[in-house]
Design a protein around this ligand. Structure first.
Ligand code: NAX
Length: 329
């Protein structure tokens, strides 16, 4: 067995948290020889529910679970002490009648304190995945409040969108989902995101060679992916939880393992100006990982359709950034 690593999950008693922590403890993500100490973080009023999650973790008797630390969000420095990974799930979900701009203002302040605490208390190699919405801008706020943590350690989750898109393409083509590769999600995790079917492949062939229905690809496909979260809420009466947890874990797995040739990992990261995006904005790109470091997949030629979609999601992210300017030091 290796030395344990520490993995923090905020909002650990919430529905995504509950679907995440058992899989982190089981060895599925970091491997059967990598012990994990879980740092479970919740609001003070949810600490009782968190005790229940802890009991259930004990009752799973996972050999890879080397310890559990529980902290309230009032003690974030203790919560993130020496953590190698921080999964920021905890935040206030959007309520009926709430505009996107309102949500940024409600959740933004959570991420200033999160960034500051990560900056002062986490391990030197910390990597942070932000799930709580609006995740791109929350990630930007945390990153800007953590100046000592390198910018390539910050990620906002667009993997659920990637997985949703792959699944839709597979079903339309009548092929197994494993045959779909290189599905890039550009921009914001929101209804403006651009799921890039032009770059995606099915059985190694361009999607547009396999699915000839361009109108479906440019219309219904994109809309289905963009609005899938709302469709799940309508059907289930609750927002995506197991699939969101799965996507968060997929994100971590993809970053700690080399990316297969011809495939990509969709994650929002701090832009270096690639593809005309403002430097410093947290923007969804296709990445390629070597298991330790990653880079943005370069050299993709976008057609006018793609350029227009990317411009729209870029503008939305600029507007979100402008709405939280006071939270960015
Ligand atoms: P829940 O309301 O079930 O759970 C959230 C948990 O976070 C609660 O237990 C709450 O007590 C806790 N919490 C709230 N503020 C906190 C804080 N400051 N510190 C620590 N814990 C805090 O929501 P859930 O369904 O788990 O969703 C969590 C977040 O994920 C929401 O913001 C949601 O919008 C976002 N999502 C993001 C997705 C993505 O693809 N990026 C998809 C799924 C999901 O909608």
């Amino acid at each position: 067995m290796k030395a344990p690593i520490r993995v923090a999950v905020t909002g650990a008693a919430g529905q995504i948290g509950y679907a995440t922590v058992f899989r982190l403890a089981s060895g599925e993500v970091f491997g059967p020889d990598q012990p994990v100490i879980l740092h479970l973080v919740e609001l003070p009023q949810a600490m009782g529910a968190l005790d229940g999650v802890h009991m259930e973790l004990d009752d799973c008797a996972f050999p890879t679970l080397a310890g559990v630390v529980k902290e309230s969000s009032d003690n974030l420095e203790k919560a993130f002490a020496d953590c190698n990974w921080v999964l920021c799930v905890g935040s206030v979900p959007r309520k009926a009648g709430m505009e996107r701009g309102d949500l940024v203002r409600v959740n933004g302040p959570i991420f200033t304190s999160t960034g500051k605490a990560i900056d002062s208390a986490a391990a030197k190699d910390v990597r942070v995945v932000v799930v709580g919405n609006p995740c791109n801008t929350n990630c930007l706020i945390a990153m800007e409040n953590a100046p000592s943590v390198p910018r390539d350690r910050w990620f906002a989750m667009t993997r659920l969108d990637q997985n949703r898109a792959a699944s839709q393409l597979a079903q339309k083509a009548g092929r197994p989902v494993g045959s779909v590769k290189n599905v890039a999600i550009w921009g914001n995790h929101s209804a403006t995101q651009y799921p890039d079917f032009y770059q995606a492949r099915i059985d190694g062939k361009p999607v547009t060679d396999v699915i000839s229905d361009q109108a479906w690809l440019q219309g219904e496909f994109i809309e289905t992916v963009q609005k899938r979260g709302a469709a799940v809420i309508k059907a289930r009466g609750a927002s995506s939880a197991a699939s969101a947890a799965n996507a968060a874990l997929d994100t971590v797995k993809s970053l700690i393992r080399p990316t297969d040739m011809g495939d990509c990992v969709s994650v929002a990261v701090c832009s270096d100006g690639s593809y005309g995006v403002d430097d410093g904005l947290v923007f969804g790109y296709p990445l390629v990982s070597d298991g330790t470091n990653w880079k943005i997949d370069q050299g993709i030629e976008h057609n006018d359709f793609a350029k227009q979609k990317i411009a729209a999601t870029l503008q939305e992210l600029r507007d979100e950034r402008d709405a939280v300017k006071d939270l960015l030091p």
